[in-house]
Write a protein that binds this ligand. Sequence first.
Ligand code: ZN
Ligand code: MN
Length: 467
Amino acid sequence: MNNKYLSIIGLEIHVELKTASKMFCSCKNDPFHAPKPNIYTCPVCLGLPGALPVPNKKAVEWTVMLGLTLGCEIPLESKFDRKNYFYPDLPKGYQISQYDQPLCKNGKLDIKSGKLSNHQIIQSSNYPIEKTIRINRVHLEEDTAKLIHQNNQTLIDFNRSGVPLVEIVTEPDLRSGEEAKLFLQKLHQIIRYLGISDANMEKGSMRLEPNISVYKVPEVNKVYKEEIDLPNYKVEVKNINSFNFVKKAIEYEVDRQIKLLDEGITPKQETRGWDEKKGLTLPQRSKEEAHDYRYFPEPDIPPITWAKSQITDVKSQIPELPNVKLSRFIKDYGLPLWGAERLTENREIAEYFEAGLKINDLRFKNNNIKAKDLANWLLNKKIDISKVPPEELIKQISTAKIVVQVDEKELDKIIKLVLNNNPKAVTDYKSGKTGVIMFLVGMTMKQLKGRGDAQVIREMLEREMGN
Ligand code: ZN
Ligand code: MN
């Protein structure tokens, strides 16, 4: 095989926003916890004729917030359009979406691979990855109802119908499955930081669709140019629910398409599905073009217009983002890169860490717990932050640290003293009333003025009394 190929990969990502109500009606937006199908419905989200949609302000603001975070321009005017197609999960016969005037456009996201670890198998030859992926647009639309196939029947649940759905579309700047995975992980992290979606792939609140084509480089030294040389076909792989599957599906597709191109065949423009069990993609339908949808402006919703101050206001609501937090953790707390990375992986652990430091500063000033100590405990001991509150963890660390600080000889002396002063307890213990040990631990702790680890003291007492 002498041909040189370049894989051209773009991504489309759908994310369900976790607003309290749906996109165009006031029905509850909580399809995953609904006790029964079809209870969060009304004429609007059931698609009944004549029902009037009213856009959800929060959903619009959150979409713009995401767009701003991704460096997008926010046009001062945008609008909703009807995307016409027929499917049983879409009773109106069209989806309210955005066509030529999306809420956000022309953004970018930088991706960067971490250091190579031994267990990582890297297929791409140009590692480490560090590049900018352009984002074409971020727009807002509505989710469809959910089809449930069982016992040769198909049932429809409208609880999901009309849930606000953000669509993020990248330019075809990605060149490998690994790059796509990195991009998606970064995007997922940002969405979770913003707190606008659970972005849970198993539940389908974040859905991933790579589109893949392969460019045959005609001459050895010819430089690839996006606009001129984009392949004249593309294969879209629908609704994948994990980053690893996206990576695998892309790698499979690139191989499949290269084989065809080597035989002189141009791959078909089509939509395919990823079969995880077989590890391959299968054709689903030939890919439609935009004009098949006959987009036209949604007549029931006036265009959205922004005053610049409103956009500034949305911008001010963006929380500290992972990259900024990462640098700050390194600078302020002297953490190593790997530790700072893990402590800023998600907002929950970052906030837990800083809450712990604050409690330490306010109430345990003399404990001498440094940011690094807390970081080490959190990460090395794999603390379950949903179960151990930060205050509790700070206490644990200070207790453990003091054990180290108490001189062993001093501790030994105190234990002998406690045993001498409490002969009855010792006799009781030796005659089998072992419960009395806790009394002796307590007496020792008292001598240590609260310093010391109960478990260590208990073991020393037992050893001393010949057990
Ligand atoms: Zn409704
Ligand atoms: Mn869409």
